[in-house]
Every structure is written in structure tokens, then in C-alpha cells.
Design a protein around this ligand. Sequence first.
Ligand SMILES: C[C@](O)(CO)[C@H](O)COP(=O)(O)OP(=O)(O)OC[C@H]1O[C@@H](n2ccc(N)nc2=O)[C@H](O)[C@@H]1O
Ligand SMILES: Nc1ncnc2c1ncn2[C@@H]1O[C@H](COP(=O)(O)OP(=O)(O)OP(=O)(O)O)[C@@H](O)[C@H]1O
Length: 296
Amino acid sequence: MATQTLTLTAPAKLNLMLRILGRRADGYHELQTVFQLLDFGDSLVFRTSDDHQIHLHCPGVDVSPEQNLVYRAAALLRQASGNTALGAHISVEKRLPAGGGIGGGSSDAATTLLGLNQLWQCGFDLNALAELGRQLGADVPVFVRGHSAFAEGVGERLTTVSIEPRWYLVLTPACHVSTATLFSDPRLTRDSAAITLAALRDRRLNTHWLDTYAGNDFQPLVEDLYPEVRQAREWLAQHAKAFLTGTGACVFAGFESESAAQAVFNARPEGWEGFVAKGVDESLAHRQLAKFAATV
Ligand SMILES: C[C@](O)(CO)[C@H](O)COP(=O)(O)OP(=O)(O)OC[C@H]1O[C@@H](n2ccc(N)nc2=O)[C@H](O)[C@@H]1O
Ligand SMILES: Nc1ncnc2c1ncn2[C@@H]1O[C@H](COP(=O)(O)OP(=O)(O)OP(=O)(O)O)[C@@H](O)[C@H]1O
């Protein structure tokens, strides 16, 4: 196989609303959430390798290479393909903080499945890749499918939605929240009412819909445990409606224009980190993949 190079963006996501409906017998939680993809993310470069090994360069992630979700996704895909001779060099430039609730690790994993499925010519369709992704984490399938979505079940039942485009200011407080620890905290509220499908109507979520259903059941608990998250969200709330994403630590607010989001970002207290990005219905990785596939 000739050596090929493919560069993909692993986009961030925001949970524009998140309700926890209950806990299943296996400990996992039933929830409802809206995944908004952003036009900002990590950058992954894939190259085929003849030595049958998976080589990973991913500075800035606090786990061993073998535990890195990129490596695990590559190994899982290779195993599913049945071809142990496949090899790759993967280089990751992290822009999304780990444990931030913006899906950095999950998006990297999904993008690896998409990228290597193309380079290795495995021929899996999106359903098969999403099923593999599910084994790596609840948030991986939405990135595999690559479209903004309303999610139910444990996060795997996805309904594609179209979300009124907005610009988001995301603040990334410097603390790492463990998703598993939060889900197992006895203080977590687990009895929110479900949104009915009728509320989704034509599957177009406009600002009115988002204003009606916004909110995140993790927010009170996370803010009690991590005062810096409350501080960031309360600061942002002086300028616009502000919420926690996922299990945090990131908080965000939506704006009608890039300049409005940027103006608030520029006014943030010294030393605070974050970024401004546009909400998009379609993942950048899918667009890049389609372009690449058209050239080979
Ligand atoms: C909170 C969200 O970020 C919303 O997007 C996701 O539901 C979490 O997705 P994720 O980070 O991919 O989570 P996973 O890596 O699959 O699971 C981490 C841990 O969170 C708990 N977990 C996760 C998802 C879910 N619906 N119920 C759970 O109870 C489980 O204890 C699990 O061991
Ligand atoms: N490539 C990777 N990038 C980031 N984190 C990784 C990666 N591989 C493994 N991890 C581990 O996975 C954990 C969770 O990563 P991730 O960024 O997906 O969580 P998150 O930001 O809380 O998002 P969410 O819970 O919304 O999926 C991190 O704490 C990190 O130790």
C-alpha cells in the first residue's frame, strides 16, 4: 500500500441542554442532550506505516500511549478489520482540554476510526464505525456520525437536528472533572422530565427552542465541587446566558455574531483560557474526509 497522509480536525462539541432521566440497572444513566458541533478542534495527521505497528505522538495528554483513546480506536479498528498487518503513524495536536466536557478524547477516537477506515480501506460504514465507537465511550458515536444531534438512551440514540447557527464563547477553567465520579455522586439529580419528540417538531432547533430547554443537570453539583467553574459561569452570565457543557469543566454562552462573542472573550479576566468558535451542523472531519476521498 502506498504511503498516504490524511489530516482531519476532531471537532469539539457542546451539550446545549442535558437532562438526566434515571439510572439503569447496569449503572449507566438515561439522558437527553443536544450535541452542537463546533468548527474548532484537535488536529490529527494519519499516515500509513509498513511496519505493522501503531505509532502515536500525542503530547499534552496525561495517559500512556496505549490508554490514549486514539491508540485504542486504531487498535479496535485494526482488530475489527481482521488484518493484523495494518500499521499507522498518528500525530495529534491537542487544542481541546481533556476532561473539559467538550469531548476532546471522544472526538479524537471517532476521528481516528474515520481516518484509518479510509486510509486502511477497511470499508466499514458509519453504522459499523459508530458501533465500534460506542465501545470506547458514550460520546464517540455522535462524532462518528458527524452531525449535530439530539441524543437519548445513554447517549447512543441519535436524531439528527439542525441548530440555528451561533457563535460560542467557551471558557476552559483549569480543572479536570471526572465523568465517572460525577455520574456516581449520590447528590446528582436523576429525575428530570423527558422532552417529548413533539418538542423537536421539524428537528430545527432555533434560539427560542434553545432558550426553553437549555440547562444542564450536572451544573449545580459541578459548581459545588469546583468553585472555579461557578466563577467562570457567573462571570460569563453577566454578558449572556451561560451554561456548563457535559460534565464540565467548560462553560459556554451563545452569541449572534463572532464579534459579539470575541468582545466578551477579550474582556475576560487575565489568565483565563478559552476560545470562540462557530456552531456547525456538519463535522469538519466529514467534509475533509469527503474531499480526500474525492482525490484518491
Ligand atoms: C456527559 C456526557 O459527556 C454528555 O455528552 C456523556 O454522557 C459522557 O460520555 P463519555 O465521556 O463518553 O462517557 P464514557 O467514557 O462512556 O463513560 C464514563 C462513565 O460515565 C458514566 N456514564 C456515562 C454515560 C451515561 N449515559 N451514563 C453513565 O453513567 C459511567 O460510569 C461510565 O463509566
Ligand atoms: N486523545 C485523548 N484526548 C483527551 N483525553 C484523552 C485522550 N485519550 C484518553 N484520554 C483520557 O480521557 C479522559 C476524558 O477525555 P474527554 O476529553 O473525552 O472527556 P471530556 O472532555 O470530559 O468530554 P465528555 O465527558 O464530554 O466526553 C481524559 O481525562 C484523558 O485522561
